[in-house]
Design a protein around this ligand. Sequence first.
Ligand SMILES: Cc1ncc(COP(=O)(O)O)c(C=O)c1O
Length: 348
Amino acid sequence: MGQNTTHLEPPDEVVAALSDSTRRREFQLYAPALGFEHLRELILDDLGLAGAGAVAMITDGAVAGLHHVCTALAAGLSRLITTDPGWPWPARFVGFAGVPSTAVPVYAQEQGYRLAADQLAAVIEPRSLIYLIDPLNPLGSSYGRDELAAIAALARASDSLIVHDCTYRHFARGHTLVAGLYPEGTLTTYSFSKWLGLAGLRVGALVGPPGLMSALTEVPANPLGAGIQAQRAAIAGLKVKGPWLSRLRAVNAANQQVVSDAVTASGLGSVLVEPSHGNFVAVDIGASGWTAGGLCAALLERDVFIRPGTYQSPLFGERFVKVSTSVPPDWAQRFAAAWSAAVREEPR
Ligand SMILES: Cc1ncc(COP(=O)(O)O)c(C=O)c1O
């Protein structure tokens, strides 16, 4: 329960698509450089951007799309702006090209554990890249339309780009795309790792307006195309998205309740954002005497893997741990038992 991946029995259609592709030995082929046309269309459709003039390119997971943006566009960027807590990789990617980054602290209840427009205004400069994770891994917060509009207005006024990392969008209770508010300056990342549970297949996408995408599609990071079998599985998953998401969201919500109840009953810690908009919950353990790493180690001794906040937050990492919840219900019960036993130990 430490990687925000999904561990439920996958849809039969996805498994059948993989078997069929294997039987037809498609693994011997390269895919089109930007991915199967059908998949590109289905993704735009899923985002509600079909007919909006946006372009999708298939990438080796969302992270490869992020890497491509951060390296291909680096020469035109002054700074990357993101949040702490957040996801560290894009700042490291631009860092290779000498682009500095700023991680704005957002670990505060009064601002809903997310980036406030006035915080952004204080650090934005012309040609910034705002890397906005929404829902926010690891805290589970998400942005309302007005908040995104304020962020988009700052970006537009400073000729900055927004990368809207929507990896966890399918778990959110309502979600607005920045692409709808600032279409000309927004790139949206898309992942199949979390909602469909295809993390090991490495397939995702990058979506944006033709003007921004042309630089990225002209020289793709992987011109030989993302894995064909992964793309077949993704297409099959999108076709059964409705029933699959109903089941997934129900399991995720029930597991989050189990985690929350266990935390409350133990008297140690509190869930930060409830309900979480992701397939994970962050539990504040500040003032408990435990370090995040110590508590995770105590759970691991009981065969339960959760993440210390230090993985995603230099500033606040010792104050929280993160528990992934798109898992079979008995895993959540195991977590509950392990948590209540571990917190009775001497803090370490
Ligand atoms: C915020 C965020 N973006 C991107 C990714 C990577 O997604 P993918 O598996 O599609 O590369 C992750 C994975 O944990 C993530 O948390």
